[in-house]
Design a protein around this ligand. Sequence first.
Ligand code: FES
Length: 169
Amino acid sequence: MLTIPPDVAEASADLIAAVDDAVAYRGPYRGSLIPVLQDLRARHLPLDGTAMQLVADRLGIPPVEVFGVVSFYSFLGTNATGTHTIRLCRTLSCEMAGAKSIAAHLEEVLGVGFGGTTADGLFTLEWANCIGRCDAPPAMLVDQRALGHLTPASVDEVIGALRAEAAEG
Ligand code: FES
């Protein structure tokens, strides 16, 4: 089992608490790995080296196994995310239906490029491969919600609603 160096443990007190909460809820087993990682992502925590080491330690599995899962599933990712993650599909059906112009519009409206998070921490913008809405391209995921037949106007509507929701607190 790994030992977390004291300085890392001190600097990551919130992360340690989050990992311990997730492991307590999901169970300290290898089979809990993906649910634990999903729980950490749901709290917008980065799955960086420290996080992966902690998860490995708590589940009693090699860190490389955690890294393998995190690097395989792009939805897990390694960076901290904003409150909402927008993933625009860039696979063939969506690309042919104008995903590139939607991408440009998203970047303009959010003021951030793909892979980035807005300065207010509200949105992270990412690419996705097919999200299963090939019947309604171009499509994107907003958190867990799949939206299709995107237009600049529908994108504005979604982002406006989320901004208003955040402003209301
Ligand atoms: S190709 Fe975009 S949702 Fe399938």
